[in-house]
Structures are given as C-alpha cells and as structure tokens.
Ligand binder design. Sequence first.
Ligand code: TXA
Ligand code: MG
Length: 354
Amino acid sequence: MKTVTERIRQDAEKFTPEEDQALRLGGEIIRGGGLVAFPTETVYGLGGDALNRESARKIYAAKGRPSDNPLIVHISRFEDIGKIVSEVPENAVRLADAFWPGPLTMILKKAACVPKEVTGGLDTVAVRLPASAAARKLIEYSGGYVAAPSANRSGRPSPTLARYVQEDMDGRVEMILDGGQVGIGLESTIVDLTVSPPQILRPGYVTEEMLEQVLEGVDMDAALLNEDSGQAPKAPGMKYRHYAPKGELVVVEGSSDRVAEYINRAAEADRHAGEKTGVLGSRELLAEYRADVIKCVGSRGDEESIARNLFAVLREFDEEGVTKIYSESFSSPGLGQAIMNRLLKAAGHRVIRV
Ligand code: TXA
Ligand code: MG
C-alpha cells in the first residue's frame, strides 16, 4: 500500500482549502474502511471507522497489536456520545464539562452498535473527545466515530512527530496527516466511570488532583501503584511492556550528586564492556554527565517539557544505536505520575536507588 502524507496545522481557527481538502480525503478513507494517522494534542493516533469491525481488524494488524487490547473511540462533539454508550452518567457530563475537548478518556458501558473487535470483547467502551481542531475535523468528516490507538507499532514509544509515524506505519496506512510535534506528548488520562468511586486506569495530563476537583472521589488502579505486585491492570493495554527503546534503560533515583556520580561510573564501566552508553537527563543536570550520547529531555522547572519530549528522546537513543541508557527520575505529585508511569514501563521497572 502506498502511504500519502499531507501537511496540516493541528490547531487552526480556519483551515486553508488545501488543509480542508486533506482532512476531507482522510475522512473519506476512514468511511471507506481505510486507515489514517493523525495528530491529537496527546500523541498521533491511527484512525479507522469505530463502527466497522473490519477497520478494527486492520488497526490491530497495522500495529501488530494483540486484539484483546481495546481501542479508544474518538468523537468530535459531546452529543455524539449517546450513540456508542448505553448510558451517560452524571459524572461523565461533569468530566466532559471540565476537560473535553481534551486529554481525558472515559470508560463507559457500550451500546450494541460498537463492535466487540473495537472493545477487545469487553462490554465497556473508551471514549475521548480530543482538543486538536484537525483531529475533530477529521472525525467529523469520517462520520463521527474514529477508533484510534497511538500510531506506533506495538511495543514502540507512542509517536509525537509524523516522522515517527512514518517509521512505524509507512506502507500500512493509506494516509498520514502531518501536523508537526504534538503539544502534550503522553497519552490521555483514562478514567473508568463504570465503578464507584471512579478509577484512574492510566495517568496522564489530567491529574488525580484535577479529577478530584470534579468528582466526589477517585481511586488509582491498585496495579499501577504497585507494578511489581504482578496484579493485572484494569486497562488491558497497561499490562504490556510498552514504550520500550531497543537499548536497556535503567532509572537512577537519589540526590542529584549521587545520581550523576553513579551514572558516570556505571557508564564508564559499560563503555569498557563495549556498550554504547546514553544519559536521559534534565537541563539542570546535563553538564554533570559523561557518556557517549547525552540527551536533554526538558527542564525540571517545566514538567510539561519533559512530558512532551520523553518519547522522542527514547526513539533518538535507538536511532543512535545506544545500547545502555541511564535516566534521571522525575517523580512528582502532578504530571510526574504520568511521566514516571511511562518511563518505568520503558525501563521494564529497572530502578536503582543511590
Ligand atoms: O491519548 C490517547 O489516548 C491516544 C490518542 C491517539 O488519542 N490514544 C491511545 O490509544 O493512547 P491506545 O490504544 O494506545 O491506548 C488505549 C488504552 C489501552 O491501554 C487500552 O487497554 C485502554 O486504553 N482501554 C481501551 N478501552 C478500554 C476499556 N473498555 N476498558 C479498559 N481499558 C480500555
Ligand atoms: Mg498506545
């Protein structure tokens, strides 16, 4: 299959005729049962018609993803939710008022028209109304319901640039809409509204504190707090080893002096053993490190910069053939929860405390 790439802006008050044309064409491809990769504010998505089981099968095949791992259905207007869920609880209305359009996905009871292929056999469905104007336009032109996982091959970091979508999906999708770098860089927060109190199944840009201001109470899926417990997470996708770079990644935790000292010593030993070494660090500490490849992920004073760059930096280590990567830790109560969730997965939970 030949993949066509078209450039669009993610957020425009008004799209140019060329952009509108590209978005319309994308919509037609999805209506016709094909696949279109597109930018959202979180990461790039791989879109197909959410009400067509054949499209769902194509998505799983293009990603190389196990079909028990359900897809998120994207809508362009809140009113459209009624068709795909069997009831809209009060909490869903409140969350939509507060965070939609935006980086939040709600798990609700599904309506009969949503194929089991999309929900991985579950009787619930994940729904999201993205903020990116281009994404919403595409969804509208596609008929209103677009199933879209992140546009990476299964197990690779989610793509934050069209170049990474191309790397993973060239020849597997009809079209890639290139909208440049995404704004947030980590996938949406997932909250399950079919249980009481609601539960966070995947941390993201919308934090626990933000949800608590709208809901009466909210829990975190226990399996996320305790990832070494062997307990299965409730979002099927969270059980897979995601986001993994090809090199071995280790997170080093402790005071900045000790972290730098440990990493430099370990990297030197690795280099003698024939490894190509890398450090994933913050702007503040970058000058302290010695390794073959040193990458700045962002600034500790600006967590959003770390979220935005994390997946790209993991891919860059691969591009440069780094075999052993050391990372600082970025724990913090806010966005740090989502950042550490992805970083620890990428590291296969290898953490060294110094
Ligand atoms: O930000 C995002 O959410 C991006 C963009 C493209 O919108 N999409 C995304 O999709 O991250 P994906 O497929 O990579 O991740 C979807 C996650 C998986 O962990 C999946 O198991 C979970 O959502 N999920 C989907 N439906 C579910 C359901 N009914 N119950 C529990 N978890 C569900
Ligand atoms: Mg994904």
